[in-house]
Design a protein around this ligand. Structure first.
Ligand code: GAL
Length: 633
């Protein structure tokens, strides 16, 4: 597969007589793809039922005739104003019961079935018109599910949908009351229509109630997406894509991904560092203009799996964004580094967001490949350079990974409902484990919780998984490498209840978590021989061998040769030590990577990325700040 570049473009923002020039310049810049349409509903259907396609026909023709391939977006993230008049109750409601108003975007409720039908209708109309258009080579459905916190809504539509969903799942309120433990605090229900959405309760709502609402809400995203996917597939063979975001766990991406052909995501490394990643002020300063050195890799690996091997970056930061608390410019070279890193992790295509910086509206301070006055912005030359470099590089697949990390959205909802300690968050724990693997220089696959075959891997981590699935548990029984399970794994039933035989219930390993502590940031559990746990610590009991203890002599890792349980949340240095020790046992090569350097292998080449703000040495090579180096394996 040839690696390609692209760009996001909004023909409706510019006079029509500029489209051909834009298209020609895109080709000159080495771009192959152009994504359009995803916010243009009001231009397609200014009045309910009156469709205006000429401008879109022409835009697709101009772009396609110039040699670009079009990704056509369905515009369902931006319903026009008339839609709100038609369905005033389609607006989402936040946890404080405020209606989220018209005037920006994503002003819809996933549970609102008439709006879902409207989305199916516009997707069908677009697919009928453009499904066989030779220039339309892929589709994007909607835009960034959950952006601006839009998965959960506490509206009447959500309440009704939730009640139906519960009735289907439990069949009787007796069954639901038993499953949720509603005898506690006299919370029993007699009928399903008594059950409310779990906001504004006096103190926390029952955890299974919260978890069920999360599951229900995720299912609405899956159904919303599938309605459009089915509508388009009826008329088009082009691949279907959604552009996911970074660090979003409110819906099950594995399930949405199962209905699509390619998983793409929107990568804003500098914006994310500033508003979505933990780190000391010193670390944040060091990577201020590069982004966190592991964040992009994590999401590439996650979405490569969500897309069953097919992954794109649909939006790549080209310069300062407008939406983070502070918006510095990338170091020169980063727009090239990010693209190469995506390709090393298996991306087929990287599209920069956006072509030309808009002079108007909310995103006028967001850089593009062109400035508002059409002059080239710095990232344009970097894109051109990447395109030239691709031409010289043979097509290569991603290398097999030695290590795997299990990632489960249900567990994220469970721990959001029941954090038990203010710092416990599923993504944060999984990302900490991932970073440890990556600092060791390993190639990593991220796997879904029902993974049934681990035979490709030597080292498997499964932190924070509420309850192990049967296929995964079975895979562990024959696993020949080392699986490090925990902390907080397999300690609850899928209903978020403590099982009768307390967990973890690991095959052939006698270990039980008998008491759980969460730890404030100013405390830690010290480990024998150095290292420490932060945030979380489980007291373990059982007859399995102890591999590591705390300074006080409590077990920190217990288990057999192939399957072990980790009792706490290691800090970074301790993750390094634990993973290093396991790699030694497994005879896996690790690297003492210099500051900010990260590596990823393809089939044929090792890529080395310098995220540090200063040059770094790799063997005999000096890699400048924001530099990329590759060598034959
Ligand atoms: C993304 C979104 C784009 C644009 C971009 C700005 O989240 O999909 O439409 O808003 O951010 O960085």
């Amino acid at each position: 597969m040839k690696r390609t570049l692209g760009v996001c473009y909004y023909p409706e923002h510019w006079p029509q007589d500029q489209w051909a020039t834009d298209a020609a310049q895109m080709i000159e810049a080495g771009l192959t793809w152009v994504r359009i349409g995803e916010f243009a509903w009001a231009r397609m259907e200014a009045v309910s039922g009156t469709l205006t396609w000429d401008w879109l026909d022409q835009a697709i023709d101009v772009l396609g005739d110039t040699g670009l391939k079009v990704v056509l977006g369905t515009p369902t993230a931006t319903p026009p104003r008339w839609m709100i008049d038609k369905y005033p109750d389609m607006l989402a409601v936040d946890a404080a019961n405020n209606t989220r108003k018209f005037g920006s975007r994503r002003h819809y409720d996933f549970s609102h079935l008439p709006y879902r039908d409207e989305c199916r209708r516009i997707a069908t109309l677009m697919a009928e018109r453009y499904g066989k258009n030779p220039h339309v080579a892929a589709w994007q459905i909607d835009n960034e599910y959950d952006c601006h916190d839009t998965t959960l809504s506490y509206s009447d539509a959500a309440k009704r949908g939730f009640q139906d969903w519960l009735a289907q799942k439990y069949q009787s309120t007796d069954a639901l009351n038993r499953a949720w433990g509603n005898v506690f605090w006299s919370m029993d229900y007699d009928t399903f229509d008594q059950i409310d959405v779990p906001n504004l309760t006096v103190t926390e709502a029952n955890h299974p109630h919260q978890l069920a609402f999360r599951q229900y809400s995720s299912d609405q995203v899956v159904a919303f997406n599938k309605a459009q996917a089915d509508a388009i597939r009826a008329h088009s063979d082009a691949p279907l894509i959604h552009n996911y975001m970074g660090r979003i766990t409110t819906f099950d991406h594995w399930k949405v991904g199962a209905d699509l052909d390619i998983a793409s995501w929107d990568s804003y490394p500098i914006g994310f560092l500033s508003d979505r990643i933990e780190g000391t002020p010193k670390e944040k300063l060091k990577f201020l203009r590069q982004g966190h050195p592991d964040n992009q890799a994590f999401h590439h690996d996650l979405y490569r799996a969500v897309g069953r091997g097919r992954m794109w970056v649909m939006e790549q930061q080209p310069g300062p964004v407008n939406w983070a608390p502070y918006n510095p410019a990338p170091l020169p070279g980063m727009a090239r580094l990010w693209a190469w890193e995506a390709f090393a992790h298996g991306a087929e295509t990287v599209c920069y967001f956006r072509w030309r910086q808009t002079p108007f509206a909310q995103e006028q301070m967001h850089a593009g490949l062109l400035r508002p006055d059409r002059a080239p912005a710095p990232a344009l030359a970097e894109a051109r350079q990447v395109a030239d470099e691709f031409a010289a590089m043979p097509d290569v697949g991603t290398a097999n990974a030695q290590a795997a990390l299990i990632f489960d959205y249900e567990s994220a909802w469970a721990w959001d409902a029941q954090p038990q300690g203010a710092d416990f968050e599923m993504f944060r724990l999984a990302f900490a484990a991932y970073r440890g693997l990556r600092r060791a220089g390993l190639n990593i696959d991220i796997l879904p919780p029902n993974t049934a075959d681990l035979s490709d891997y030597k080292l498997v981590l499964a932190p924070g998984i509420m309850s192990l699935s049967d296929p995964f548990r079975k895979a562990l029984t024959t696993f020949k490498g080392i699986a490090l399970i925990g902390p907080r794994t397999d300690t609850k039933t899928p209903e978020l209840v403590i099982p009768n035989i307390m967990g973890p219930n690991l095959p052939n390993v006698d270990v039980t978590a008998i008491l759980t502590e969460s730890i404030p940031p100013n405390d830690k559990i010290k480990l024998q021989g150095g290292g420490r746990f932060r945030h979380w610590f489980e007291h373990l009991d059982g007859t399995a061998p102890v591999h590591l203890t705390t300074k006080d002599g409590l077990p920190a890792i217990m288990g057999g040769d192939h399957l072990r349980y980790l009792a706490g949340w290691p800090d970074d240095a301790t993750f390094d030590k634990i993973i290093g020790g396991l790699c030694d046992t497994l005879d896996l090569d690790t690297f003492a990577l210099p500051d900010g350097l990260r590596i990823r292998d393809t089939d044929t080449h090792r890529f080395v990325f310098n995220y540090a703000p200063t040059s770094q040495r790799w063997g005999d090579t000096i890699i400048p700040a924001a530099g990329v180096h590759w060598e034959k394996l």
